[in-house]
Design a protein around this ligand. Structure first.
Ligand code: GCU
Length: 698
């Protein structure tokens, strides 16, 4: 009996210690460094936070929870100011000059301490600004920064910082690899899952201020009254965290749920229907963000069904929400089955003539690259090309083409590579980031206990928010923040994990899509390699359309002698890509078709370089495994084992990609895989025969 009791106690203890990843980066365990704890404790004796609005309650609760946890003692934050306090965090708008306050704008904040006995201030013009300041302050403590002589002014660089969920009403998630949708439509609006609160906390902590909660392949049912009541419940909760809710609008909704015969945007009855719908929504959700629309893309209905333009469609919706200060986010992810032109060129061709034709509350949302969230794409030529249109970036946080739920890939370097690209549209230095009015990330969140399936997927959610707030942050600094908050501040752990994260995207590119190859994944679910696929209805759905391998060579000629997609870029941006001699290796086969014996900058032939890259990718995953394993003693068992198992999968899958792709391309090059490299384990037919009918996310 005694033994059993002991076992039970041990079991309970291990549950209490369980690190399942649910807390994300908002882990407020007691700081290990005792002197730091004492130091913080001495500075933070009296804390006052005036006011008790819902947002201030959220801020107070978070600060109380964080300080109590980190300092290891109960900290209470009274509602009213204590005029006698000497050492305090005074979260208020006093003691800062009017000019400074004005510079903070709507959402910025200031954190200031002058040392000595003067109070530490967190100040903002709005309550949500204060909340952001509180989260920033907590981050300083979590990452063990000094809080003496702080003088921090933070203002978000973009006004719209957004997550796009591709969640369906039946709770499946398009391209979701972390379980089901966190929105439990069946139990909403009455049952409010704790997850909704923790989700809002996490988003507010990184400055996300908008969420579109439904799939872009939209279902009109979300716009019916019972569902709007459910949306309202979420919006009411998210409001305190500074988060506005958007919905995806199915363009044919007036027909499907409105009983109209048409959804023609120029039809007065249709226009009226959307106006009424907007009024109905705003009556429930006064700060409703607006609509996100995928139209005339991959079979979705849209204005072109009625021979109208994207601008006609977007403007009709924009007019419906304008008086409520709502936005319409119109996606530029379009390509047509009928147009034989290079898919790379189609969105640009369609949207360029529409510049200046959109209402001012329309934002055009452009994917980072012109194809589709590939492991690497040159920036989309629409960036900088629509000077009269507000443009938003759309990144994909969920790793549809980057190893899905099982590969460790840190995406900040991918995001930054695009954001820092020079469009040259207004002269040298017109970076993609400088042309943006907002940034959205397609969410990787689901019902998995750790939210993102792969623990390191959390870092990508985190990075998206941090970069939307400030795209000048470095990938390295963001990784370090995340590691320190999610694991520990141990210097060797931070250094090892940072190196692994920073290298991970390039490693994946090497074992999946080296030298500018793209869109060579398997059909439908997009899991695993499928460079041989050539039987799909639409030419541009086939991998063979993109790699164009034959007995002479490989690659897509997008120069003037080919599809001429290059001409859509500013000549100064296109210049380096136009000649294989100056084109960086990373983009070479994206823009050029080259012979197998082409001499690369490394001195290797193109074929040998391909073999080298694929093998380097596989070997680098082994290196990641070594790095992870050597930190075992500094990691909790649960998270260590989880990532270890996933790295094993990643290693196997990297080999699978390498072997399948090299065997397939070898059937054209007819060249040997050079001797030092491991030869493929199985035949090409074997790799071609693999089927995954139940792969997730599809
Ligand atoms: C990709 C993805 C689809 C998605 C589409 C989009 O093509 O595979 O599932 O619907 O992008 O962005 O609309």
């Amino acid at each position: 009996m005694k033994v059993n009791l002991l076992a039970l106690l041990l079991l309970l203890f291990s549950f209490a210690q369980a690190e399942d990843g649910y807390r994300l980066w908002l882990r407020y365990d007691q700081l290990k460094n005792a002197s730091l704890r004492t130091g913080y404790g001495a500075r933070l004796t009296t804390i006052s936070l005036p006011g008790n609005s819902p947002t201030l309650q959220v801020a107070r609760k978070e600060l109380q929870m964080a300080l109590s946890g980190l300092l290891g003692k109960t900290v209470r934050i009274p509602e009213t100011r204590n005029p006698l306090a000497t050492l305090q965090i005074e979260i208020s708008s006093g003691r800062v000059s009017a000019k400074e306050l004005a510079s903070l704008g709507e959402e910025g904040f200031l954190i200031r301490s002058t040392g000595g006995r003067s109070p530490l201030l967190i100040t903002a013009n709005s309550e949500v600004g204060l909340l952001y300041g509180v989260f920033h302050f907590i981050r300083l403590l979590q990452t063990e920064q000094s809080i003496d002589r702080l003088n921090i002014i933070e203002v978000p660089q973009l006004p719209l910082r957004m997550l796009n969920h591709w969640d369906n009403l039946d709770r499946t998630v398009e391209r979701g690899y972390a379980g089901f949708s966190i929105w439990n439509w069946h139990t909403l609006p009455t049952y409010m899952d704790q997850r909704y609160i923790d989700y809002a906390r996490a988003n507010a902590s990184i400055g996300i201020n908008a969420v579109s909660i439904t799939n872009v392949n939209a279902n009109a049912t979300i716009l019916t009254q019972p569902y709007l009541q459910k949306v309202k419940a979420l919006a009411d909760l998210f409001r305190s965290y500074g988060i506005k809710v958007y919905l995806t609008a199915r363009f044919s909704a007036p027909v499907e749920i409105g009983g109209l015969k048409t959804a023609d945007p120029l039809d007065p009855a249709v226009q009226q229907w959307w106006k009424n719908k907007a009024r109905e929504i705003y009556a429930l959700i006064p700060d409703f963000g607006g609509f996100l629309v995928k139209a005339n893309s991959e079979g979705q209905p849209g204005p072109q069904d009625y021979k109208r333009t994207h601008a006609d469609g977007a403007n009709m919706l924009a007019d419906a929400v304008a008086s409520f200060k709502g936005n319409v986010i119109w996606r530029a992810f379009v390509y047509s089955a009928e147009v034989p032109d290079d898919r790379h060129k189609q969105a640009y061709s369609e949207f360029l003539p529409l510049d200046g034709k959109f209402r001012s509350n329309v934002l055009v949302q452009v994917k980072n690259g012109a194809i589709d969230f590939m492991p690497r794409e040159p920036f989309h030529p629409l960036f900088g090309a629509l000077p009269k249109t507000p443009v938003m970036m759309e990144f994909q946080i969920t790793q549809e083409y980057l190893g899905q739920g099982t590969h460790l890939v840190y995406l900040a370097p991918l995001f930054k590579e695009c954001l820092e690209s020079d469009t040259y549209q207004k002269g040298k230095g017109t970076t993609v980031a400088s042309t943006l009015n907002g940034m959205a990330g397609v969410s990787n969140i689901g019902t998995d206990i750790n939210w993102t399936g792969h623990l390191f997927g959390q870092a990508n959610w985190y990075a998206l928010g941090r970069l939307a707030w400030n795209h000048e942050l470095s990938s390295e600094d963001i990784a370090k923040e995340w590691i320190r908050m999610s694991f520990s501040t141990d210097p060797s752990l931070v250094s090892d994990l940072t190196q692994m994260m920073l290298a991970s995207r390039e490693i994946l590119v090497n074992y999946m899509n080296p030298i500018g190859l793209h869109h060579i994944m398997a059909t439908g679910h997009h899991y695993g390699p499928g460079p041989w696929v050539s039987n799909l209805n639409r030419p541009e759905w086939n991998p063979t359309y993109y790699h164009r391998a034959d007995s002479i060579g490989i690659g897509f000629n997008r120069t003037a002698t080919g599809s001429d997609a290059l001409s859509q870029y500013h000549p100064d941006a296109a210049k380096k890509w136009s000649d294989p001699a100056t084109c960086p290796d990373i983009d070479l086969l994206w823009f050029h078709y080259l012979p197998w014996n082409y001499t690369m900058k490394s001195g290797r032939t193109l074929w040998n370089e391909l073999c080298y890259r694929y093998n380097l990718g596989v070997d680098s995953v082994s290196w990641m495994q070594t790095v992870w394993n050597r930190q075992q003693s500094k990691l909790d068992a649960q998270r260590f084992e989880q990532v270890k198992m996933l790295l094993n999968i990643q290693h196997q899958e990297a080999k699978w990609w390498r072997d399948a792709c090299l065997l397939y391309f070898q059937s054209f090059s007819r060249l040997p895989i050079p001797a030092p490299y491991e030869q493929p384990a199985k035949s090409l037919d074997y790799y071609k025969s693999l089927q995954f009918p139940y792969a997730p996310g599809h």
